[in-house]
Design a protein around this ligand. Structure first.
Ligand code: AMP
Length: 284
């Protein structure tokens, strides 16, 4: 496995492989877990080469967010990636990605303002940071396919829209959410949780599943009524601060007042020091 830290060296590697070789790409911020590794596995099955990037992107963190605290167990990450059979890890320093006079932003306007992007939550600039760094990484890596987890559904939609709007020659591949045995969606931020908080956090998925059942089995129940039941359930869990529970159109992410499918049932909850998100895609 090659570990490459500069854009120039990455370009040399990229130019050294045959044009016919497909390249799968998995962008990450490190602190890797089985969710990340499932993306790597899918990329390896579908491509001749697999590139993983590890970059904690300062541009997608708000001033009050956890950029400096974000876990960086890089030695362990590199050994997991080596074991997983990755060809190249692109592991740039901040200055390599953002020169001192950096000033260009990619903003996917409508999708970025909703759900986690609302001003009272992470704000739309979070997704501008994501879209900007991912477009930079696509230009550096020049992948055939890029793999993203559905746990971050809004991120996937923002990137799909960016690729379509800007004619970026890459195929975005959606990958299912990998969960703990309890149902809790795996996340690097779960490391912030105490064991009690982690156990309680499984209630997020459980509440979404109950909501899905109500939506599909009770024809008279409206999205608003189901949302209120889920919010009530989550508020009853000790230590939970609910940011939102929404039923939205799975393409536009606009809130639904009537049941139209496919829909996304999504939630964000603060548990102790962590902000956790999860969602379920619901078909008719
Ligand atoms: P991150 O390192 O958090 O930026 O995540 C890198 C990629 O891994 C993103 O595409 C995430 O959506 C994906 N990912 C994170 N957690 C999971 C999970 N539990 N299951 C599947 N994919 C995930």
């Amino acid at each position: 496995m090659k570990i490459i830290r500069s854009i120039k060296s990455f370009g040399q590697w990229r130019n050294s492989i045959a044009r016919s070789e497909s390249v799968g790409f998995v962008p990450t911020m490190g602190a890797l877990h089985a969710g990340h590794l499932s993306l790597v596995g899918k990329s390896r099955r579908e491509n001749r080469r697999t590139v993983v990037s590890i970059f904690v992107n300062p541009m997608q963190f708000g001033p009050k967010e956890d950029f400096s605290k974000y876990p960086r167990p890089w030695k362990k990450d590199l050994s997991l990636l080596k074991k997983a059979g990755v060809d190249v890890v692109f592991f740039p320093a901040n200055e390599e990605m953002y020169a001192s006079n950096f000033q260009t932003e990619v903003s996917v306007s409508r999708l970025s303002n909703l759900l986690c992007g609302r001003p009272e939550f992470r704000g739309s600039h979070h997704f501008t940071g994501v879209a900007t760094v991912v477009l930079k990484l696509f230009n550096i890596v020049r992948p055939t396919r890029a793999y993203f987890g559905l746990k971050d559904f809004q991120q996937v939609r923002v990137l799909e829209q960016m690729v379509r709007d800007l004619n970026v020659p890459v195929r975005i591949v959606r990958c299912p959410t990998v969960r703990e045995a309890s149902g809790l969606a795996m996340s690097s931020r779960n490391a912030y949780l105490s064991s009690t908080e982690k156990m309680a956090s499984a209630q997020i998925y459980a509440a979404l599943q109950r909501g899905k059942k109500l939506l599909t089995s009770k024809p008279k129940m409206t999205p608003g009524q189901v949302r209120h039941i889920i919010i009530r359930d989550l508020k009853n869990v000790h230590g939970f601060r609910v940011e939102y529970v929404e039923l939205v159109d799975s393409e536009t992410l606009q809130p639904l007042t009537k049941k139209t499918f496919p829909a996304l049932l999504a939630a964000a909850v603060r548990v102790g020091p962590a902000r956790l998100i999860d969602n379920l895609l619901i078909h008719a």
